[in-house]
Design a protein around this ligand. Structure first.
Ligand code: MN
Length: 734
């Protein structure tokens, strides 16, 4: 196990200003916290965080990262707390360790391969500091190095997760070295036979080509030195995993693989890359289509190199990468390499240029981490503030659901499945019952309670943030409204048939559908309910011989209520006010929350006790007017739109209904207060008040009230009239 002074030495080697005391305290704290805990290997647990820290010292990372690595398992696995770590090591380190703790808790969640991309995004969303990810990758690297101690069943799961999530993450962070090792190690555990076979053949190839490799290295070096270029030339072999991948993807045998060997030429300066390239291309013929200049056009993860393939010594195809040492460090260590180039290490123009843009580069690289490779995606996703505008939640079975920030359990439910969203009635977040309108947080586990036959409230549409949920709610409410109109249409049609003295049946209507140019019964009834088709037309379609004996209809006016009309299957009947309503035929009306698309007349309303008429408005349902309402005159010439309606009040529910009154008051202070008091004491609601100046001495107050019924309204009007300030009270529409 690494000694305390060894850790400090490792850090001091690249950072002479390292905080020795801080490192020492972290070492002692973590050692005590982990105490006698053991790893699967039988080693003391504390050896693990030390090895993780050691990996990060190889990447020459800052003190805070190294200390966080030493402490990374303390909050989750020991009695240590965030508060204590904040106190002893400061909030910066506390935050890093907390981030690692959160990510560690996610290990309990199942991660299916198809969710790997989302999971990587979740890691990014949770790790608001890139150093958390660096420690996490080093942690995983050490766990993979010691995976053979872990029981086989668990081993496969960890190896698969490494391949699906952590290796690509390392790749996106530009850390090719870490990525290669994670991939190879996972491959070794997942497919031991294939791994062994490829390793054996690679070793064999290496042995047989030992001379050739030396020859090529020698010839390249000699040529470059002769041209005055200071360069290191190094032969390298592809990793077993990348060979395996190539064989799989291209379905080819090992023998058919080319490019198993490659050579790297590492030079001092950028110009040297191009000079070396000139030397190589002059000396050996190039293989067409294999030249790529990633120096002038770096890859998105800031990978820079020149790639070329030549027909080299012994007519062998030789794959070459030309790069500077800095480019090499970045290719191997990616984001971590950024820490390498601090002010005191600036060695040439290139590093200077990088230094000024370092933060920007880091930022951009972070932005790219979990994204695809196309420029379109790049542009698309750089706009996202590193997934801080996303939340990632889980189903109880561990499925990962990615949602925009501000998403609610309703959005979550619709993201799982439209049927889950439509039936949602409640939610549990992390096991606690929570409102469906709660804002979800990263890592929340969400369980949706369902009730079948439920219609999502239309108001949800305003609350949800995902397009999927909004569209589904709109669709579901549209269907519900359609069903409402069809129900209303059925009532209207059935009554029209009764008044015509005919019996209605679905079968008869079905036979008449072609004449109505409708697809089905539901469609037809909904059209009648919406007022797009008249019930009389339906009667005539079913009974073409039926005679429609229209009679003139009297007009209801305010002065002379006289007769009023009620639609009767296209006919008009007359009723004397005060006469009993035809209870069998009229459509029962409840409050505005009933099953029918019903509203009350604007500027006047209607209250139980009023004799009422319904006016059908295409696309808008029924509007209820008191029969004395002058507004009804507008519908005199459209008898088809008149519906016979009656009140059907639920005595158990004390609903309130709208009415409008006009109070003429003396223009004196306190008048309005007196009126409001009377209305309030009567138990009515005031919905809206408007003043209309009438004369210097009087003004009209137009008041929208809500009352229980006509009796209630009359009593209130009577009370108002008792007030000295009130000169007149009239009901609008009355
Ligand atoms: Mn660990």
């Amino acid at each position: 196990m690494m000694r305390q002074y060894e850790l400090v030495d490792r850090v001091r080697r690249y950072n002479p200003q390292a905080d020795e005391d801080l490192l020492n305290r972290a070492y002692v704290y973590a050692m005590r916290a982990h105490g006698v805990q053991k790893r699967a290997s039988g080693d003391p647990y504390f050896s693990h965080p030390l090895e993780v820290a050691a990996i990060l010292t190889d990447m020459k990372l800052d003190d805070a990262t190294i200390v966080a690595a030493v402490l990374h398992d303390t909050i989750e696995d020991t009695a240590a707390t965030r508060e204590e770590i904040d106190q002893l090591f400061g909030p910066e380190i506390g935050r890093l360790v907390e981030g690692l703790t959160k990510i560690k808790r996610l290990d309990l969640v199942s991660k299916r391969a198809e969710q790997a991309e989302n999971f990587r995004k979740l890691l990014l969303a949770i790790a608001d500091d890139v150093r958390v990810l660096l420690v996490k990758l080093a942690d995983r690297l050490h766990n993979m190095r010691t995976l053979h101690f872990v029981p086989p069943a668990k081993r496969a799961r960890i190896a698969q997760e490494t391949l699906d999530i952590y290796a690509p993450l390392a790749g996106r962070m530009g850390m090719q070295g870490v990525r290669d090792e994670l991939e190879n190690s996972a491959f070794h555990h997942l497919q031991p036979e294939a791994h062994a076979m490829i390793e054996a053949r690679l070793a064999d190839l290496r042995d047989r080509n030992v001379t050739l490799i030396k020859t090529i290295e020698g010839e390249l070096s000699t040529e470059l030195v002769a041209q005055g270029i200071d360069a290191k030339v190094k032969g390298r072999q592809k990793s077993a995993y990348s060979v395996f991948n190539k064989m799989e993807n291209k379905s080819i045998a090992f023998e058919q693989l080319s490019d198993i060997f490659g050579f790297r030429i590492i030079v001092k300066r950028v110009e040297d890359c191009y000079r070396a390239l000139g030397v190589v291309h002059t000396k050996w013929p190039t293989v067409p289509g294999r030249f790529k200049d990633y120096i002038s056009t770096p890859k998105q993860n800031d990978y820079r190199s020149i790639h070329t393939t030549v027909v080299g010594p012994g007519r062998q195809r030789v794959e070459l990468q030309l790069r500077t040492q800095l480019m090499h460090d970045i290719a191997e260590n990616g984001i971590a390499a950024h820490a390498l180039y601090k002010d005191d290490r600036v060695s040439d123009n290139e590093a200077l240029a990088r230094e000024s843009g370092a933060y920007r580069w880091l930022r951009r690289t972070i932005d790219l981490l979990a994204e695809g490779d196309s420029p379109e995606e790049f542009l698309e996703h750089t706009k996202l503030e590193l997934f801080h505008d996303q939340v990632f939640c889980f189903t109880p079975k561990g499925r990962l659901i990615a949602l925009p920030k501000g998403a609610t359990p309703i959005d979550f439910a619709y993201a799982v499945h439209t049927s889950v969203g439509n039936a949602a009635v409640g939610a549990k977040i992390n096991g606690r019952i929570s409102p469906l309108l709660s804002e979800l947080q990263n890592g929340d586990e969400v369980e949706i309670a369902r009730a079948e036959g439920q219609v999502p409230p239309a108001a949800w549409e305003e609350v949800v943030v995902t397009g999927k949920a909004r569209a589904a709610i709109r669709r579901a409410t549209r269907e519900a409204v359609r069903a409402q109109y069809a129900g209303l249409g059925r009532q209207i049609v059935v009554r029209a048939f009764e008044r015509a003295g005919k019996a209605f049946s679905d079968e008869k209507l079905k036979a008449a559908l072609p004449r109505l140019a409708r697809q089905n019964i539901e469609d037809t009834l909904a059209a009648v309910g919406r007022g797009e088709m008249f019930s009389g037309d339906v009667v005539k379609a079913v009974h073409p011989d039926f005679k429609d004996d229209k009679k003139p209809r009297a007009t209801a006016t305010k002065k002379d209520p006289g007769w009023f009309g009620v639609g009767k299957g296209g006919n008009v009947v007359f009723k004397v006010p005060g006469q009993e309503a035809d209870l069998d035929r009229s459509i029962p009306i409840r409050g505005i929350n009933g099953d029918l698309p019903v509203r009350f007349a604007p500027n006047g309303g209607a209250v139980p006790g009023d004799r009422i008429v319904g006016i059908l408005t295409p696309g808008d349902g029924i509007t209820i007017f008191p029969i004395q309402s002058p507004a009804l005159m507008a519908f005199d010439d459209q008898p088809e739109r008149w519906l016979d309606v009656r009140w059907d009040i639920d005595p158990d529910k004390q609903e309130l209904f709208p009415a409008q009154i006009v109070v003429t008051v003396h223009n004196e202070p306190g008048a309005l207060g007196q009126i409001a008091t009377v209305i309030g004491e009567s138990g009515a609601n005031i919905d809206h008040i408007e003043f209309v100046a009438r004369s210097p001495d009087f003004r009209d107050v137009v008041i929208d009230v809500e009352v229980i019924d006509l009796k209630h309204l009359s009593a209130m009007i009577h009370e108002l009239k008792q007030k000295a300030v009130v000169s007149k009270v009239e009901r609008a529409n009355g």
